[in-house]
Design a binder for this molecule. Sequence first.
Ligand SMILES: [Zn+2]
Ligand SMILES: [Zn+2]
Length: 1024
Amino acid sequence: MQAGHFNDFVRTTLVRAALVRALEANRDRGLDYLSLAREVMAALPFSVRDFAANKSVEEGTPAGQKVKEAMEELLRYRLYADLKRGWRFAQPNLEEVGLLEIAYPYAEDPGFLAEARGSLFPHLSPEETLEAVRFFLDHLRRNLALESSLLSKDGFRKLARLTAEHLDEFWAIDRNTESPVLATAFSPKGKGDLSFSRRSRAGRLFCERFGVDLTPEFLERLVGLLVRHDLLREVEPGLYRIPESALEWRPGDGTPRFDPLRLRGKAEREANTYFARLYRESAQVLGGLEAREHTAQVRPEEREARERRFRREEEPPLPFLVASPTLELGVDIADLDMVHLRNLPPTPANYAQRVGRAGRQGQPGLVVAFAGAFSHYDRYFFGRREEMVAGSVRPPALDLANESLLRAHVHAEWLAATGLALRESVEDTVNINEPDLPLYPEVRTRLNLSPGARQNLIAHLKRVFAYDWKDLSATGWFGEGWLERAVDGAPEAFDRAFDTWRFLYRAAREMRERGHRLAESRRKEERERGERIREEAERQIGLLLQRDVAKEEGDFYPYRYLASEEFLPGYNLMALPVRAYVPRGKGEFISRPRHLAISEFAPGSVIYHEGGKWMPEALYVPPGGLRGRLSKVWICRECGHLASEEKEQCPGCRAPLANKGDLVQVLDLVGVRTRRRERITANEEERFRSGHWVEVAYELLERREAQAMVDGTGLPLVYAPSARIHYVNRGLRRAKERDFFVDLDTGEVLDTDQKREEAKKLGKSVDRTALRVQVTQNALLVEAGKLMEEKDEEALVSLAIALKRGMEALFQVEEGELGLVRVGTLLLYHENAEGGLGVLRRVVEEEGTLAEVAQAALEVLHFSEKGEDLNSECVRACHECLLSYQEQRMTPFLNRHKALPYLSRLLGARVELRRGGGRLEELLAHCESELEREFLRRLQARGVRLPDEAQYRIGEAHTKVDFLYRPNLAVYVDGPHHDSERQSRIDERQREALLELGYRVVVVRYEDLEGGVEAVRRALAEMG
Ligand SMILES: [Zn+2]
Ligand SMILES: [Zn+2]
């Protein structure tokens, strides 16, 4: 994208500058459609080789002539497209800076003017009459109601082919990324793309300025006159355009041409001065400037070629390389004269790495870093530049106590121990000829280590972790048992890790089937659609099987894929991304982290990728449709907790869910298909602009949180490693109804009433559902309500953001890396970064950290430690402190003074940790007998993991189990009354039903609680 913008800027500037010179050279005559392109071409500071595809072609040869003709045609197109109203503030066009005047010579003819005054403008002078006619023609012309074969779809296609054949990559039109600029048409009756009536702004101005009334009769007479003088032509019944031959290009006199639809401000005038000079004077130096991207998305051969051009080993030289942060990772490129950072890097360490390439070998180098006005992070470091440029390098924040990360390392060692080679495609591991896509039997056999090999592996792992053993054990879950479970669970986890792949593969096959069926239809339209669907499905299958894909580069290269599924470690890979299929070129999948994909890949979003616009149109559908994937969940309005449908009480705050919860139907978002969108209607744009309504809910699954109380304030803090955060997209904010309407068989999203009506008529099964992604992240819960005597929205919101700012500053994390959700008076902070940051834990577990956070927050909010105001100019909030682009919705409530008293109190805070205690108490509160409570205490005392649920109802078996370990270990604690014959018959029936449903059942007898503890321990070990 960046390289595309850069090249576009250079090309546009070169063409405009050449036009300025051509106009100067033809000052007396002006240029018309015949001479325009030829003269501009002559004014370009290039020879044929500078733009030819074949760099050996010579000037003056027939081949050279062809290249020139192609270039002329391209220039004509670009110059016509530039007649449109300058919609880019970033680069005003020649008319806007007063260097170009577009005239209509036929309208200057005295005969024409006399006629116009006679029938239309009797009250105006000839000059004023010309002005009025130009006003009208300019309106049409700036909206490109211009008749030229180049401004049609067909013309553009031909032009693209012509330029691709003869011109180099820099100049040729790339149809993958560039959309055609098309002519519009004017309709006096208001039926075309373009109208002119009293109701429009331009029409109103016209009436006011020239003292006429835009009646239909008036317009008819005006159009008739213009047609007679060939200033307009009727191109279709009732539709008109200006013929290209009616225009003349003349040099401007330095004053911008009046445009009724633009308002001018000081900034624009300054920009215009700058661009006028650029077009007049500096364009020569832009020749040969070109930029190309260097990112993981670019094919490796192409990337290497670009590196060679950049090092000037290959022609033509490539002076600019636009790189993503991958370049940090030691790609071999030459030393640089200049490094431009388009935003500030995450840390001083990244800064050092990125700019380290500038000016090596004793040469000076220039580094330009751009700080965005809307990024709080950028502004923070813009005010503290030395901290970024010469800042201390923070040790990489990698949360060692991140269980899934550690498990991935164990898996890597385990995989090595099995000796299994995964080769280049998933199809070498998974048997794609069987419907269930199982692992090959040989693979499965390989996965089971012999007892000896298992012992060796565990011994090896103990040595690997020996150094950190003590720290890791402090987490409460790590230990020898954990290692063994991780190793023993690896074969199953390995198999499960392919489930996403299986899902995508089945969906692609299903799609191919659907295409086949449609392709046999009798209706031509359906056949064509079927053919298209089939083709797209084939491409997706190719990607999934790694056919025609550079091996290590593909997302589905097995090792890379397993890392993205968090089975293997992969620090620079996105974990469990959501994928969007983009039908560009040979087709490709693009990935986004889940918490961003939930809005960026949701229907109603526009995805910008490689210069094109793409819109999600359908969800991925496994065979059998989406029905089986829908589920309902409660979201508690009191505390934001999420609970499954069968729950009656909120697991967070114990509120009855029927009163205090919302029951929402959800569908997990795995992938979407997109289609290209050239134009987006004003209507759609209006709806999209306000974005999606994404609710965030959470579950504390692991029950290993650390609880703490802040001394003297009564502020409870809970740190929950691996809390499950659910992002639930309830649809576009501007939509009439919540959630999305989805065709459950095809996955298509029906986003208009019309589409829903049609689907209903065709008897399709459509359901309404929210979309969801789930992310396991470290979370910190702060019950801020407990700090405040009365409810004060401003204080709460300001404190919430102030604490976030404090953490961002203290831990040097970017705004986006730390999430904040507010539910009532509860604040939930979570670590968005892959693999966790390990910073939230420190707030609860490290002495004094909370006080440091408060101190950092005070500084950001312009207060001294004593609470003195150090910046009276910031009244409530500014972009240096609380305001932020990302949290715009909170802006009305921000007031830094309201946060001050609370931050001051936290300054002296001592945090008292109570690990694990909370969980036991919670379960105890749920028990129905003293016997159950005693059993729980013994589990705790013997170091056996506590159950996930107490008194849990399992509807299918008509039973309530005393304790449940997820996913499927049920525990009953039977008191003496279970000895009765009737009761034991009932018990037996229920327990058999459970076994049939796939549960393991442990029955603990009142006279042998210790035996029960051991039975649970064994069952857990077997479950892994
Ligand atoms: Zn609740
Ligand atoms: Zn401020």
